[in-house]
Design a protein around this ligand. Structure first.
Ligand code: PLP
Length: 329
């Protein structure tokens, strides 16, 4: 059997994601001085939480007669769309910008997707993907801005609530375009965790939510300068901005160096490789960000924290080693 399926979802079918474990981390707890629990989304078959939301979107569309899937993403969204389409027996076209490394195209072809290279940046690839998807039988997969994507991501909180004996005092998640955080916040409302604060982590140079919250309006940043490329949305979705007004969300930034340092420490502590996008959330512990929030009184006393280990496939030992040298770690 390839994977463990979770309970039936709103389509009445088995979801395409697996139930991931929520584990207690002894090394991170020792480091933090409080209990740290990890929701291991890096264990999803396509490598990240993305399959929850994109799987839900594709599955619902398939039920409504969709015949083809198109997505523009050289990252984890594309991988999730290709994987979901394969499981649903639908052809998938994934459009990549020319800057995407060859190994990503190969991973997509391994999922039986057609790979088209078009445009120098994601926006150009996306324009082309939108054109391809004009046919009404075709599903255009947006990587973070769709209600079915948020609904799919909610499931990770529903699982964590069942897996944890008692609710955490704080939840930590990374933010790119805000699809993950929207799903986490919606899930928390759904399971009665609406009162628990969330720390939303971005890296400097991929900080569109932080800028939007500071300017009190959905804002577009001029460019992505962080190494955490998959946090690289220029504009957050309106949904995440609106949810941040209704729920206690503390937006924090870490440097690329802190995100890479967290990836390296996590690799040693837990023997798992994750992308810098995920390192940003782990840096909330390894760089003392949660402890600082606690001592500044922005967070109450923390007895336990839940970190969403969002994962990511675009990481190798070689890449981590290169960053280690570049950031003098
Ligand atoms: C590993 C990983 N973490 C976090 C994110 C951010 O997710 P979102 O764009 O839904 O905020 C992404 C997005 O691609 C990702 O691939």
């Amino acid at each position: 059997m390839e994977e463990e399926a979770s309970e039936q979802n709103v389509t009445g079918q088995q979801p395409l994601h697996i139930v991931t474990p929520t584990v207690h981390s002894t090394p991170l707890s020792k480091f933090a001085g409080f209990q740290v629990y990890l929701k291991l989304e890096n264990l999803q078959i396509p490598g990240s939480f993305k399959i929850r939301g994109i799987g839900n979107l594709c599955q619902k569309a398939a039920k409504q007669g969709c015949k083809r899937v198109v997505c523009a993403s050289g990252g984890n969204g594309g991988l999730a769309a290709a994987y979901a389409a394969r499981l649903l027996n639908l052809p998938a076209t994934i459009v990549l910008p020319t800057t995407t490394p060859d190994f990503v195209a190969e991973k997509l072809r391994d999922q039986e997707a057609d790979v088209e290279v078009h445009g120098n940046v994601w926006d150009e690839s996306n324009q082309y993907a939108l054109k391809l998807a004009q046919d009404p039988d075709c599903l255009y997969v947006h990587p973070f801005d769709h209600p079915d994507v948020w609904e799919g991501h909610e499931s990770l909180v529903v699982e964590a609530k069942e897996q944890l004996g008692s609710p955490p005092d704080v939840v930590v998640a990374s933010v790119g375009g805000g699809g993950l955080l929207s799903g986490v916040l919606q899930g928390m409302q759904r399971v009665g965790w609406g009162h628990i604060p969330v720390v939303a982590m971005e890296t400097e140079g991929a900080d569109c939510l932080n800028v939007s919250l500071r300017q009190d309006t959905v804002s577009t940043i001029p460019a992505i300068t962080s190494v955490a490329k998959c946090l690289g949305a220029l504009t957050p979705c309106t949904q995440v901005f609106d949810l941040c007004k209704k729920h206690k969300v503390i937006s924090k930034l870490c440097s690329d160096k802190q995100a890479i340092d967290a990836c390296l420490k996590y690799a040693d502590d837990h023997r798992q490789l994750v992308e810098p996008a995920c390192g940003a959330s782990l840096a909330a512990v390894y760089s003392g960000i949660l402890n600082d929030l606690q001592s500044q009184g922005q967070l109450g006393p923390i007895k336990s924290a839940l970190i969403v280990v969002c994962g990511g496939s675009s990481v190798t030992l070689e890449a981590l080693d290169k960053w280690k040298k570049e950031f003098k770690l």
